[in-house]
Every structure is written in structure tokens, then in C-alpha cells.
Ligand binder design. Structure first.
Ligand code: AMP
Length: 367
């Protein structure tokens, strides 16, 4: 039997969460509302998720003994970040169901494997090539053209581990600066907008997608999400169908985020997949206040083996990330009519650090 087939939690049971950031924190809060307990595993003693659970394990992801004790204490294990080391997932998987399943991490931790997987499903992506040396970079540039985006295959996030290559740049220098042996080169996509789909898939194969979200980045970090995205119903249906196809193909259980580019062109507007996040996603934070059930609760329901909700959106929603020093304005945000403020309880603000977010909902009846 698959891991997901074995899980049927009861209120009072315990979920183990790997990773102690804001996503783990919000997952644990959603679980608590459903009468479920969480135990968080994180190597960082200042983990914001530790503040909201009774039991926490502060240990390295390579600490096998700590992992085994953690697994013994919980009924099912999930994670809030995709870079869970394979060895960690294996130790845990031998003792308790890990959801989403370990093999999904192998696909989504590596941009080349992920792109190949998406392509095999017949879903569009930017044109891309495997790059492992200056020579292969040069031939990839010759085929794909410039501008292009080079990305490390592993461990990239918020624009880290990637660079745009423009006409006149020296490929040898770009390769040296990237400092990796395995990368992909992607055609630069002249997108009209960036959107994402937050989808949940239950153990029974049911999929529920939230309305398509439009995302605006500043310095490669998500700054605003707006729902619904300003795209046609046909395009929104296309985006949701892409997320659903990916969720089924991965035999996914839990919530995943699919980041997409909306492009124009001869064939009319269409979407290209940029990235799959096998976890709750920043562009889904609006669901906490803007929908009947949040992405965090959907994830908990899915991994608990419980029925998914059919989420109902409350109106037009904007989510603003509080990044770095933005957090210093929290008192002002607290006075904004209709705004709901979420602060993650993190230590000092640093540039680029996600410190909190605010959701603003314009109810459908007020439009
Ligand atoms: P990623 O780490 O792949 O999510 O990329 C971070 C951001 O870089 C995206 O949200 C886009 O704004 C931009 N970006 C990534 N890949 C491309 C591409 N192939 N063409 C244009 N912009 C890109």
C-alpha cells in the first residue's frame, strides 16, 4: 500500500513537520484548529514554528537518532521546504508515512529533472538545455539564443543561483560566477504576467485548485499577490488544468504551488510552467483570510487522509509581503480598515527576509 493509503488521522493525532519557518508555523496553526497536534523538526533554535507547538526537535537533518525519535513521536510526516535531504527523507520514510512522497522531492529538487518531467506531460515550459561546462553553455546559447537565464539545477530560491545572460556577456565569466557544475539555461520568457495555481490533492485523488493568483516580484522576491488574476476565464482554466495534471502525474498528496508565466504570441495567450513547489506556497497566503479554507488547512486535511474542502473565495484579495524593514510599519498596517496582519515572530529584519504579510479582502458584495 502507498504511504498516503495508510494515513487516516483522528483528532488528537500528531503531525511531524520538517522545517521551522513561517510555512511550518502556519501549517501547525491550521492543524491546531482541526484538533491535530504538530511536532516541528528544525536545526534552527530560533525557528518561528517552535513558538506555536508544544513539542519541537532542534537537531540537524543528518542526525539519524534525532530523526528516529521524532518519527516515533508522530503519526505522519510532512515538510515546509523542498530541499529536504534525500537521506533524511529515507530515514523518516522507513518509520512513518512521509507526505508528499519522497520520490516527489527527487523530481522537484532538480530543475532539469523537473523541466523534463513537465515536458513529458506535454505541458509548455521555456526552452531549456542542460549545462555542465563552459562548452555546453556556449552550445546552449547558440541553440536557445540571448537573452537567457542560467539557473543552478539545485538549491535555488528567490532568484538565488540564477543570472540573466545578455548579448555581449562572457559565458566563461558567467559560468565561473555561478560557481556550479550543473545548471540549466532557459530562454528568457517575455511574459505578460506571472501567475500561480495553488492546488490540493487528497489521498483519494480528488484535486481542488484555488483561483489563479497573479504575482508581482521585487528583487526576485514575491511582493504582492492579487486574486483573481487579470486573465481570461479560458486562460485561468488552462492554468488550473496544468496544475491538476501535474498533481495527478506525481500522485501527489498535499498542497503544491505551480508558478506559471503568461505569454502572448501567435497561438494566443497561453501559460508556461516556471517551477513546481511541493509545499504550501507564499502566493497562497491570501487564502488564510480570503477563502473559506486556507491552503494550510487543505494541506493538513490531505495528509491526514481527510476530505478536502471546496474553497470559496470571499472577494478580491491582495496579499502584501512584509520583507525586511517593511515589518517596522506593522503598527500602521494594524490600523488599515479591512487588513489582516500576520507577523511571523522572527528575529531582526534582514534585507530579503520574509517577516510577515498582510491580506486585504474586498468582499464580493461591495463591488
Ligand atoms: P525562479 O527561481 O525560477 O522562480 O525565478 C525567479 C524569478 O525570475 C521568476 O519569478 C521570474 O520573475 C524570473 N525568471 C525566472 N526564469 C525566467 C525566464 N526563463 N524568463 C524570464 N524571467 C524568468
Amino acid at each position: 500500500m502507498t504511504a498516503s493509503g495508510r494515513v487516516k488521522l483522528k483528532p488528537g493525532d500528531t503531525i511531524g513537520i520538517l522545517g521551522g519557518g513561517q510555512l511550518g508555523r502556519m501549517l501547525a496553526m491550521a492543524a491546531a484548529r482541526l484538533g491535530l497536534r504538530c511536532q516541528v523538526f528544525s536545526p534552527d533554535p530560533d525557528s518561528p514554528a517552535f513558538d506555536v507547538v508544544l513539542n519541537a526537535t532542534c537537531a540537524e537533518y543528518a542526525d539519524v537518532e534525532a530523526l528516529e525519535l521524532f518519527a516515533n513521536d508522530v503519526d505522519v510526516i510532512t515538510y515546509e521546504f523542498e530541499n529536504v535531504p534525500a537521506a533524511t527523507a529515507m530515514v523518516l520514510d522507513a518509520r512513518r508515512p512521509v507526505l508528499p512522497a519522497q520520490k516527489i522531492l527527487e523530481t522537484t529538487q532538480d530543475r532539469l529533472i523537473e523541466k523534463d518531467f513537465v515536458k513529458r506531460l506535454g505541458i509548455g515550459t521555456a526552452d531549456y538545455a542542460d549545462v555542465s561546462s563552459v562548452e555546453s553553455l556556449q552550445s546552449a546559447i547558440a541553440r536557445i539564443g540571448l537573452p537567457a537565464v542560467i539557473k543552478t539545477r539545485r538549491f535555488g530560491y528567490d532568484g538565488k543561483g540564477q543570472a540573466i545572460i545578455r548579448e555581449g556577456d562572457d559565458p566563461a565569466q558567467v559560468w565561473e560566477d555561478l560557481g556550479t557544475k550543473s545548471a540549466i539555461l532557459e530562454a528568457f520568457v517575455p511574459y505578460e504576467r506571472e501567475v500561480s495555481v495553488i492546488a490540493a490533492r487528497g489521498a483519494d485523488g480528488t484535486v481542488e485548485c484555488y483561483d489563479v493568483t497573479e504575482n508581482e516580484h521585487r528583487d526576485h522576491i514575491l511582493k504582492f499577490s492579487r486574486v483573481p488574476a487579470a486573465i481570461s476565464d479560458e486562460l485561468a482554466a488552462q492554468a488550473r488544468a496544468v496544475a491538476e495534471k501535474i498533481a495527478h502525474a506525481l500522485d501527489y498528496v498535499g498542497v503544491l504551488g505551480v508558478e506559471l508565466f503568461v505569454v502572448g504570441g501567435n497561438g494566443g495567450p497561453h501559460v508556461l510552467v516556471n517551477e513546481i513547489a511541493p509545499r504550501v506556497h507564499n502566493s497562497g497566503h491570501w487564502t488564510l483570510d480570503g477563502a473559506s479554507v486556507s491552503q494550510f488547512e487543505q494541506h493538513i486535511r490531505a495528509i491526514a487522509g481527510w476530505p478536502l474542502a471546496k474553497p470559496v473565495r470571499h472577494g478580491e484579495v491582495t496579499m502584501t509581503n512584509l520583507i525586511g524593514d517593511d515589518i517596522l510599519d506593522y503598527e500602521q498596517w494594524l490600523t488599515v480598515p479591512g487588513a489582516t496582519v500576520h507577523l511571523y515572530g522572527k528575529g531582526p529584519p534582514r534585507p530579503g527576509r520574509k517577516m510577515g504579510h498582510v491580506t486585504e479582502v474586498v468582499p464580493a458584495s461591495k463591488k
